[in-house]
Design a binder for this molecule. Structure first.
Ligand code: MF3
Ligand code: CO
Ligand code: CO
Length: 254
């Protein structure tokens, strides 16, 4: 009920927006080094999106969000606001990019390791990546949203990590966040049945410790309550006749 199906023209525009989103993440990698501030990363992405891509950074002014990207470092789960925080070796950071091109959104995030990664940082980043890819592998017409949540939760909990419940994937198109809500936990064979033309994100937030989170007084930054590391990856997907297309693959994956 009420899930917008994307026609051929909308799908073509989603492909473009998705590719631009991935291009930003490909571009920013080399700047993620000890000594850089999250504000500098924001400025580089903003300039690239606006001037090189002739596109719009969706987060800027979205419900009052003050910057063009989200930067979530270490125990920050999501929606970290770029600022004068200086990255140092052993930090891990999620950079979340949403680009609007020709009216359509692409939304993707990746983990980056600053300098030498820690074992624990690599591990939680890897588990969240694997969980996202297992969820994506479920996507095809006739599958159900619960199938996606189930495989993600199983993988994460089997590895003694936890899935954040308060934030989820989402339908996407002309609107940044639209129905359906894509939970990263659940039971197989439950929930919405997928159909060709649906577009949504899968973006599991995985904590090394307990799943509980806390919202900081800035109204955006979400952290783990127990201050353990958190990691997240995100892709935008399109349901095709036979399966799915990942719209936000980086250049090295396409
Ligand atoms: N990109 C985030 C998501 O994956 C949403 C960020 S909202 C913002 O849904 F306002 F913080 F940018
Ligand atoms: Co998203
Ligand atoms: Co995002």
């Amino acid at each position: 009920m009420g899930i917008e199906l994307k026609n051929e023209e909308a799908q073509a525009k989603m492909r473009v927006a998705g590719r631009l989103t991935a291009d930003v993440l490909d571009m920013i990698g080399e700047y993620v080094k000890p000594g850089v501030t999250t504000n500098e990363l924001d400025e580089i992405c903003h300039k690239y999106i606006v001037e090189t891509q002739n596109a719009i950074p969706a987060p800027l002014n979205y419900r009052g969000f003050p910057k063009s990207i989200c930067t979530s470092v270490n125990h920050v789960v999501c929606h970290g606001i770029p600022g004068d925080k200086i990255l140092k070796k052993n930090d891990c950071i999620n950079i979340d990019i949403t680009v609007i091109k020709d009216g359509y959104h692409g939304d993707s995030s990746r983990m980056f390791m600053v300098g030498k990664p820690t074992i624990q940082g690599e591990r939680v980043a890897r588990i969240s990546y694997e969980a996202m890819m297992l969820g994506i592998a479920q996507v095809k017409p006739g599958a159900r949203l619960g199938d996606i949540g189930y495989v993600i939760q199983q993988h994460v909990e089997k590895n003694r990590c936890s899935v954040v419940r308060e934030y989820c994937g989402h339908g996407i198109g002309r609107v940044f966040h639209e129905d359906p809500q894509v939970l990263h936990y659940g039971q197989p064979d439950t929930g919405l049945v997928l159909e060709e033309g649906m577009a949504f994100t899968i973006e599991p937030m995985v904590n090394a410790g307990k799943r509980n989170v806390k919202l900081l007084p800035d109204g955006w930054t979400v952290i783990t309550k127990d201050r353990t590391l958190s990691a997240q990856w995100e892709h935008t997907l399109l349901v095709t006749a036979t399966g799915h297309e990942i719209l936000t693959l980086g250049a090295s994956d396409r």
